[in-house]
Ligand binder design. Structure first.
Ligand SMILES: C[S@@+](CC[C@H](N)C(=O)[O-])C[C@H]1O[C@@H](n2cnc3c(N)ncnc32)[C@H](O)[C@@H]1O
Length: 226
């Protein structure tokens, strides 16, 4: 299907909680057995670029609140903690993901991250879950909007729920950092543009094909429209 806001890719099991629960169950076992933290989505370089952007941004102080939406194994938060950030929250709808994130943080002696199992796309998410009832200076999403966009059904209402939940986590000063491999910059700006304005872009490697330049991963920063 195509058209404004429509996805031009097929749905997938990556859009289901069953997929993430079974993934994190296996990853937790592997972590306990051999210390493997599991998949770093979009690779370590992508993660590093996000961390560097945060660190280079003078607007973000080390005690500012940062939430990782759909944190999975939580490695981004562990890295932020190790870089001196102290007001960190991780949330994910997979209880197994949160268990894995807590185990990894503990083994790295990182004790200052708050975690909660919470669903971004249910009714009243901001009232239902403690972590979604606050506003944050920085909201990070690496691959979660992508996963939500892959839901086998109802992906458009789900993405609208996501937008509503996100807006309530932000103030005029907040920054939303989204990293996606399914959506292009133009598509992200089109979807989030109703409420957000593009603030910055994290440079990601580009490729050229047939005279056109494209990116495999897109990392954008949005602010609420004033
Ligand atoms: C591609 S993974 C990315 C994980 C992590 N952000 C990273 O970069 O390693 C997508 C994550 O989104 C989470 N997720 C998907 N839908 C969600 C929802 N409705 N609420 C909260 N988390 C969700 C999944 O459980 C999974 O951990």
């Amino acid at each position: 299907m195509s058209g404004p806001g429509q996805r031009d890719f097929e749905s997938s099991s990556l859009g289901t909680i069953e997929h993430w629960d079974s993934t994190y169950e296996k990853e937790l076992e592997a972590f306990k057995d051999i210390g493997d933290v599991g998949e770093i989505w979009f690779g370590e370089d992508s993660q590093e670029r996000i961390l560097d952007w945060i660190e280079d941004n003078e607007e973000i102080k080390t005690d500012d609140s940062i939430i990782d939406l759909g944190c999975g194994n939580g490695m981004l938060l562990v890295e932020l903690s190790q870089r001196g950030y102290s007001n960190l929250t991780g949330m994910d709808y997979s209880a197994g993901g949160i268990e894995l994130a807590k185990s990894i943080a503990e083994s790295n002696n990182v004790e200052n991250i708050k975690y909660e199992v919470a669903d971004l796309i249910c009714d009243d998410a901001n009232k239902k879950y403690t972590c979604l009832g606050h506003t944050y200076k920085v909201c990070v999403d690496k691959g979660t909007y992508d996963a939500i966009s892959l839901m086998p059904s109802d992906e458009i209402p789900a993405r609208q729920y996501y937008l509503q939940t996100l807006k309530r986590l932000m103030t005029d000063d907040s920054l939303f950092i989204i990293t996606s491999c399914n959506w292009t910059q133009d598509q992200l700006v089109e979807f989030f543009g109703s409420d957000f304005q593009l603030h910055d872009k994290i440079k990601t490697p580009s490729f050229q094909f047939g005279g056109k330049t494209g990116n495999t991963v897109t990392s954008l920063i949005f602010k609420l429209k004033s």
